[in-house]
Design a protein around this ligand. Structure first.
Ligand SMILES: [Zn+2]
Length: 87
Protein backbone atom coordinates (compact mmCIF):
# COMPACT_ATOMS: atom_id res chain seq x y z
CA UNK A 1 0.00 0.00 0.00
CA UNK A 2 1.20 3.46 -0.87
CA UNK A 3 2.23 5.61 2.08
CA UNK A 4 0.67 9.05 1.90
CA UNK A 5 2.20 12.21 3.28
CA UNK A 6 0.08 14.59 5.34
CA UNK A 7 -0.12 16.92 2.36
CA UNK A 8 -1.35 14.13 0.11
CA UNK A 9 -3.96 13.18 2.66
CA UNK A 10 -5.20 16.75 2.95
CA UNK A 11 -5.20 17.15 -0.81
CA UNK A 12 -7.44 14.13 -1.19
CA UNK A 13 -9.72 14.69 1.76
CA UNK A 14 -12.62 15.86 -0.35
CA UNK A 15 -12.41 12.72 -2.41
CA UNK A 16 -11.94 10.57 0.70
CA UNK A 17 -15.07 11.97 2.32
CA UNK A 18 -17.09 11.42 -0.83
CA UNK A 19 -19.47 8.48 -0.53
CA UNK A 20 -18.16 7.18 -3.84
CA UNK A 21 -14.49 7.32 -2.86
CA UNK A 22 -12.26 4.60 -4.28
CA UNK A 23 -11.67 1.77 -1.80
CA UNK A 24 -7.94 2.03 -2.48
CA UNK A 25 -7.83 5.71 -1.55
CA UNK A 26 -9.94 5.16 1.55
CA UNK A 27 -7.58 2.38 2.63
CA UNK A 28 -4.51 4.57 2.14
CA UNK A 29 -5.99 7.51 4.00
CA UNK A 30 -7.33 5.33 6.81
CA UNK A 31 -3.89 3.82 7.16
CA UNK A 32 -2.34 7.28 7.45
CA UNK A 33 -4.99 8.43 9.91
CA UNK A 34 -4.19 5.48 12.12
CA UNK A 35 -0.68 6.85 12.59
CA UNK A 36 -1.22 10.61 12.34
CA UNK A 37 -3.19 12.50 14.98
CA UNK A 38 -2.92 15.76 13.08
CA UNK A 39 -4.72 14.45 10.02
CA UNK A 40 -7.22 12.58 12.18
CA UNK A 41 -8.26 15.85 13.83
CA UNK A 42 -8.47 17.51 10.44
CA UNK A 43 -10.74 14.78 9.05
CA UNK A 44 -12.84 14.80 12.20
CA UNK A 45 -13.38 18.54 11.98
CA UNK A 46 -14.24 18.37 8.31
CA UNK A 47 -16.67 15.50 8.84
CA UNK A 48 -18.49 17.45 11.53
CA UNK A 49 -18.55 20.54 9.35
CA UNK A 50 -20.08 18.57 6.50
CA UNK A 51 -22.68 17.18 8.87
CA UNK A 52 -23.63 20.66 10.07
CA UNK A 53 -23.61 21.96 6.55
CA UNK A 54 -25.98 19.23 5.45
CA UNK A 55 -28.42 20.03 8.20
CA UNK A 56 -28.35 23.80 8.22
CA UNK A 57 -27.52 25.84 5.17
CA UNK A 58 -27.20 29.03 7.20
CA UNK A 59 -23.98 27.90 8.82
CA UNK A 60 -21.07 30.01 7.68
CA UNK A 61 -18.06 28.04 6.57
CA UNK A 62 -14.73 28.65 8.27
CA UNK A 63 -12.77 30.90 5.97
CA UNK A 64 -9.69 28.74 6.26
CA UNK A 65 -11.31 25.98 4.25
CA UNK A 66 -9.78 25.75 0.83
CA UNK A 67 -11.84 26.00 -2.32
CA UNK A 68 -11.47 22.28 -2.84
CA UNK A 69 -12.93 21.51 0.56
CA UNK A 70 -15.77 23.94 -0.02
CA UNK A 71 -16.53 22.07 -3.22
CA UNK A 72 -16.69 18.85 -1.23
CA UNK A 73 -19.05 20.44 1.26
CA UNK A 74 -21.32 21.73 -1.44
CA UNK A 75 -21.35 18.33 -3.10
CA UNK A 76 -22.15 16.64 0.21
CA UNK A 77 -24.90 19.16 0.82
CA UNK A 78 -26.50 18.50 -2.56
CA UNK A 79 -26.11 14.74 -2.23
CA UNK A 80 -27.63 14.86 1.24
CA UNK A 81 -30.78 16.45 -0.12
CA UNK A 82 -31.00 14.15 -3.08
CA UNK A 83 -30.29 10.88 -1.36
CA UNK A 84 -31.39 10.92 2.26
CA UNK A 85 -34.46 13.06 2.60
CA UNK A 86 -35.12 12.14 6.20
CA UNK A 87 -31.66 13.24 7.45
ZN1 LIG B 1 -0.86 13.22 8.56
Amino acid sequence: MKRLTCQEVLDQLSEYLDDEARAELVGEVDHHLGACVHCRVEVDTLRRTILFYRHDERIVLPTRLSGQLQDALERAYRDGYREDGEA
